[in-house]
Design a protein around this ligand. Sequence first.
Ligand SMILES: NC(=O)c1ccc[n+]([C@@H]2O[C@H](COP(=O)([O-])OP(=O)(O)OC[C@H]3O[C@@H](n4cnc5c(N)ncnc54)[C@H](OP(=O)(O)O)[C@@H]3O)[C@@H](O)[C@H]2O)c1
Length: 261
Amino acid sequence: MDLNLQGKVALVVASSQGLGKAIAAQLVEEGASVMLTSRDEEKLKAVQEELAQLGKGKVAFHRADITNVEDIQALVQATRETFGKIDILINNAGGPPGGTFEQFSDEQWQQAFELNLLSYVRVIREVLPDLKQDGGRIINVASSSIKQPIPGLILSNTFRTGIVGLTKSLAEELGPYNILINTVAPGRIATDRVAFLDDLKANKTGKTREQIEEESKKSIPLNRYGRPEEFAKVVTFLVSDASTYITGSSLLVDGGMVKSI
Ligand SMILES: NC(=O)c1ccc[n+]([C@@H]2O[C@H](COP(=O)([O-])OP(=O)(O)OC[C@H]3O[C@@H](n4cnc5c(N)ncnc54)[C@H](OP(=O)(O)O)[C@@H]3O)[C@@H](O)[C@H]2O)c1
């Protein structure tokens, strides 16, 4: 199966660590050129150096806070100037704070909206002229909460389902341009974010992080957390020429954790 990603250009948002970094690495492995971005220039430089060692696709970075519209515009412009085009967009962001309904103010709801939903809208809007040129691809990274809300993560639960509505609507609107757009939803993939959430739960319950992890793993049929590269491979398949008839879908990468049909 030929993924045919050589010569393709991907903008991978929130790629200084975790899932974004793993996706960027996988795309570079397959010969795509990748623009990395996050708020932290030092981290981005280190990731660029690491991925450049792979010796496959080219790697560049541009610092941006994706809650800032001017930063997004400058990021997309920098990607065009560096690589001449954009074929693939991976929308991703940091997770919102954990907590329940009565803990959050309007301001916190607004911040989560801007980070976890509006940023996706804004980046898609900016890259659309490029993607329309030659049947581009968009992946929106969400969460297993799109299928089953996670207790204590109301901000995530609310805005991730918005991503699904956006993806499904855009599959309809962008189909005529041969742009394929899908949501990919991680369950529990071992990254700093998941370690942070496990610590949070450990502090709340008086258990250790290891105990929380063990309990979590018991709810996963494969009995383990996923590896970032396992998640990245699914995303890479969906943006490759091996996948040409999947659009508007939501795909869980969760080791079977979500129980609904
Ligand atoms: N890992 C999982 O199993 C899992 C499960 C469900 C949902 N998710 C969601 O999937 C997303 C990625 O997860 P992850 O585990 O890779 O998280 P992570 O390790 O916390 O990484 C988050 C990334 O987002 C970047 N970022 C945060 N705020 C940003 C901003 N305002 N502008 C630009 N970049 C920003 C961070 O970079 P800088 O700090 O360098 O800016 C970092 O690269 C998160 O939204 C997470 O909640 C993950």
